[in-house]
Design a protein around this ligand. Structure first.
Ligand code: GLA
Length: 395
């Protein structure tokens, strides 16, 4: 049991018997709606049953101690509530520091420190939102134990602010939102212009979500993410001017077809094309999922990958190869890269009876081509942040 292990690890690392609580925040996959969140488009992610677990207690002094089972070699990292500036050497511990700093700056009363212990089973840096999961578990936990009365949407916005300003990754709102608002067996049709969502029931029948990690590591902040964002914005701005529309979410495919010649730079034209088509595709995909038309839903997922590959150019050979293997298999309804791209994972909707065969084939062929193995996970659609049971709490 993860919680029992977490508690006993907590007690051995911090040697304490104070009141402690345990929390969980999931990771997410985005089913469709790639690279449109930061333009105010629609996305369709869901939370998964992999995530970050945290045990936490309030201290009597102002020190903050953190330990992550995922970075055991770093040991216990220490700071205090007056020393919260970003430090490269603090590595993962910058996340709790960034959250606490931001909360204090926003006027939330934090007058003592914490002992915190983490364990995560989402692969890091694989496009499944391990960072958003870490941010939200901390926020959710502090909100709970200090009774800060922060709403879920405010937590999402604070986590995004920490990622953008403190960590320095210019992401959109999708990851933090999906992690916070996840709901078992539901996808989240999120309007990133209005920050409002609608749940769409996911009845995958005899299919499962299969996530395949290319195991090609990339760091989001080092990637071409910001470059893509700027290129697409330049193209979209020209379309907004020509159509007299205020927001990118209002741009329709007809607008692109009518005015795309006004974008003289070919790269910017392609980037804008992806955003507009993908946004409209996501709206259609949401409808198809509501109607439970999984076949056509899957086709749009495949289209999304093509567009991310050819027009937005955020894919890579490893992702393309995995998608190619999957879309040529009749037991797969849809396959695309998920997350920022340039490595990371694909998301696939696969007949559950064929998972064993597909796993074997993909492992073999991928290894033959690239000389290393992918990692394959079968995920369920899970809940957002929650408190876990407290069986082993001692007080
Ligand atoms: C990353 C970012 C998200 C989103 C995706 C691409 O996951 O954190 O905000 O932009 O890439 O869809």
């Amino acid at each position: 049991m993860i919680i029992d292990e977490l508690i006993s690890k907590f007690d051995s690392v911090f040697d304490e018997k104070y009141k402690k609580k345990t929390f969980f925040a999931p990771g997410r996959v985005n089913l469709i709606g790639g690279h449109v969140d930061y333009h105010g488009g629609f996305v369709l992610p869901c939370a998964i049953n992999f995530g970050t677990y945290m045990a936490v207690s309030i201290r009597k002094d102002n020190k903050i101690f953190g330990y992550s089972n995922n970075f055991e070699e770093k040991g216990v990292i220490e700071s205090n509530i007056n020393e919260l500036d970003y430090l490269e050497t603090d590595d993962w511990f910058n996340y709790p520091k960034g959250i606490i700093k931001t909360l204090i700056e926003k006027g939330y009363k934090i007058s003592s420190g914490f002992n915190m212990l983490f364990f995560g089973n989402i692969p890091n840096g694989a496009g499944l939102s391990s960072s958003a999961s870490l941010e939200l578990v901390i926020l959710y936990a502090l909100n709970n134990i200090l009774d800060l009365k922060i709403t879920t949407l405010e937590m999402v916005l604070i986590a995004k602010e920490v990622e953008n300003k403190y960590i320095g990754v210019n992401c959109g709102i999708m990851d933090q939102y999906a992690v916070a608002f996840g709901k078992k067996n539901n996808a989240i049709l999120l309007d990133c212009e209005l920050n409002k969502h609608e749940y769409v029931k996911m009845d995958l029948k005899d299919n499962k979500i299969m996530i395949i990690n290319t195991n090609k590591q990339r760091k989001l902040s080092d990637s071409k993410y910001n470059e893509r964002r700027a290129e697409s914005y330049s193209g979209l701005k020209i379309l907004l001017e020509n159509t007299n529309k205020k927001s990118i979410s209002e741009l329709k495919i007809e607008d692109f077809e009518k005015y795309n010649n006004e974008i003289s730079n070919e790269t910017e034209r392609k980037r804008a094309k992806h955003v507009i088509y993908e946004n409209n595709r996501t709206i259609s995909a949401g409808k198809l999922l509501k109607e439970n038309d999984l076949l056509n839903f899957g086709k749009l997922i495949n289209e999304s990958h093509k567009s991310l590959k050819n027009d937005y150019e955020v894919s890579c050979d490893e992702l393309d190869y995995l998608v190619e293997l999957m879309i040529n298999d009749e037991s797969v309804l849809g396959s695309r890269m998920t997350g920022a791209g340039f490595g990371g994972c694909t998301v696939n909707i696969v007949n559950e009876n064929e998972i064993g065969r597909i796993t074997e084939e993909v492992n073999k062929k991928y290894f033959e081509k690239f000389g290393f193995y992918p990692s394959i996970y079968v995920a369920d659609v899970g809940d957002g942040c929650k408190e876990m049971r407290l069986e082993s709490e001692s007080n």
